[in-house]
Design a protein around this ligand. Structure first.
Ligand code: GLN
Length: 561
């Protein structure tokens, strides 16, 4: 196994994840098979309990792993399916070491960070790296490892030490270190400053790791003499100093790397030049250029709880982008804090209330994404009602589907207090209830997580057609509550149809309102499997409906073209 380690220096938020995945893309384009590992030095075992407000979305994998959103970048860029083990955290490592300690596996020895934690890290990396993630058999050729955080952080020290040992044990030809750094420009002098990078490389070297390549983030392209300085002071050949300057969209990054022959430097270090071909990146070039040249846009109202931080819904935003690009449109996302739509807000923050409603009315479609807790639920119900009554295309994802059931039960069935037990455990009309797959009383692990099958009940519905008339779909889940089977009969009689169900027939997975041009709710999260060149069927449906092209599209599809 060959490793490419990507570390970061100077500041966080440099786009290390995008850089690492782009390196993967370029190497993949050279004909190599790539896998990836993200190391998060935080103590959480996984991202499952982390707030999207603070850390961005929790990405969900096929195997039910709740992981850092960077894994989403890897899946989208490399078109792979990762496992929960591809996200290594301090919490996971300590948990495994402590479990071994309790079992007495260390035979009376003092258990220490070095060597026990560092050994566990190395073992974990080596065993995860060989898991095939691209649908083929056998291990990949190269494993790209991204070390989260910034070099010098206290919590990343054991990882740095373990990676140093790994680099030594796998040998020179099998290890390539790319250090991502920042080249700031000071306003007054206008000069590209190399000192922060020098310091962070020095820090890395003091810890026993020498970067083979530098990936320098900057606003403008690097000047030749900045590169020379970096090369001289950081001990990195000029040809290995890459520059990732600001680009109009992230799909340019693999192209930028290829244009600077990053692949040649990396392949040379890894002694892979003989095996690799010239990188074929036509698809990326086309996507990046198409995106740059889009002129028309479509307004999408995203009504959610965590709208302050766009990373909270990163995969939803990406899925919208993929769908829009497929329709030659630029997504124009209008973020609406659901609570601003509520009547209370009209009294307390009238301006925000008025703006939220105006934004909603100006949108071509409405999307209510997943979420937990009751904040903003009333506003989401109002948004779903608005979309249903005004025949505005609506896509409700997970919580968004449950919202549409509550709204329909209240407005159409006249069950005024209909609710989900998540928000009101005493409601007389629990249309959404706690339905764990395991035991109801068993503590923990009550979330329904990961890929599950949804069977279409009829081919004669929009969603089935969008999914190319497949008999079933496999999408990823992350929820505890579900539509109450006792209400299905009456909801369906009144027009809300559950066209997708799980294999037992008890869990409602897809709903549609056939009298509406596009009113779709799904209990799963289609955003996690959307890919740049393969947009999610449902997001595509939403955008097509928002721009009046859905019928024609479905018609064309029916005719087999
Ligand atoms: N809170 C809801 C549930 O647990 C919805 C979850 C979600 O939207 N991911 O079922």
């Amino acid at each position: 196994m060959k490793y490419v380690l990507v570390t970061g220096g100077v500041v966080s938020g440099l786009g290390k994840g995008v850089t690492a995945s782009s390196i993967g893309v370029v190497l993949k384009a050279c004909g190599l098979r790539i896998t990836s590992i993200k190391i998060d030095p935080y103590l959480n075992t996984d991202a499952g309990t982390m707030s999207p407000f603070e850390h961005g979305e929790v990405f969900v994998l096929d195997d039910g792993g709740e992981v850092d959103l960077d894994l989403g970048n890897y899946e989208r860029f490399l078109d792979v399916t990762l496992t929960r083990n591809n996200n290594i955290t301090t919490g996971k490592i300590y948990q495994s070491v402590l479990e071994k300690e309790r079992r007495g596996d260390y035979l009376g020895k003092t258990v220490q960070v070095v060597p026990h934690i560092t050994d566990a890290i190395k073992n974990s990396i080596e065993s995860v790296a060989i898991i095939p993630v691209d649908g083929k058999e056998g291990p990949a050729d190269v494993c790209v490892i991204e070390l989260g955080g910034t070099v010098g952080d206290i919590e990343s020290m054991p990882f740095i030490e373990a990676l140093r040992q790994l680099s030594f044990s796998v040998g020179q030809d099998n290890f390539c270190l790319v250090h991502v750094s920042l080249i700031p420009v000071l306003g007054v002098v206008g000069e590209q400053k190399t000192k922060p990078t020098q310091h962070s490389v020095r820090e890395l070297r003091a810890l026993g790791l020498t970067p083979h390549l530098l990936a320098c983030r900057s606003a403008q392209p690097l000047l030749e003499n900045t590169k020379e300085k970096l090369s001289q002071f950081c001990h990195v050949p000029a040809a290995n100093i890459l520059n990732i300057h600001d680009v109009p969209n992230i799909w340019h990054v693999p192209l930028l790397l290829r244009n600077q022959n990053a692949h040649l430097s990396i392949l040379k270090q890894l002694n892979l030049l003989d095996l690799a071909t010239t990188p074929a990146l036509q698809d990326w070039t086309r996507m990046a250029e198409t995106f740059d040249n889009l002129t028309e846009s479509v307004r999408i109202a995203l009504v959610g709880k965590y709208v302050g931080l766009s990373d909270s819904y990163l995969s939803v935003v990406k899925a919208l982008l993929h769908a829009c690009i497929a329709c030659s449109l630029k997504p124009s996302i209008d973020w609406i804090a659901a609570s601003d739509l509520e009547d209370d807000s009209a009294r307390l923050t009238p301006e925000a209330h008025a703006t939220a409603w105006e934004t909603l009315r100006n949108a071509a479609c409405v999307l209510v994404p997943g979420g937990f807790g009751d904040r903003g639920v009333t506003g989401m119900i109002l948004a779903a009602k608005y979309a249903r009554e005004n025949k505005v295309p609506y896509l409700g994802i997970c919580l968004g589907m449950q919202i549409s059931v509550i709204e329909f039960a209240r407005s159409v069935l006249g069950l005024e207090r209909a609710n989900s037990n998540e928000f009101d455990d005493k409601t007389p009309n629990p249309v959404v209830i706690f339905m764990p797959e395991g035991s109801r009383t068993h503590m923990g692990n009550t979330m329904r997580l990961g890929s599950r099958k949804t069977l279409f009940q009829t081919p004669d519905c929009i969603t089935s057609k969008l999914y190319q008339n497949s008999e079933y779909v496999e999408e990823r889940h992350r929820h505890r509550y579900e539509v109450n089977p006792e209400f299905i009969g009456i909801l369906e009689e009144s027009g809300l149809k559950f066209f997708g169900r799980d294999e037992s027939g008890n869990r409602m997975e897809i709903l549609e309102l056939p009298t509406h041009p596009f009113y779709v709710g799904v209990q799963f999260h289609p955003e996690f499997k959307s890919r740049p060149a393969r947009p999610s069927a449902l997001f595509l449906g939403l955008i097509l409906a928002a721009t009046g092209q859905l019928e024609a599209y479905l018609g064309r599809h029916q005719n087999g073209s």
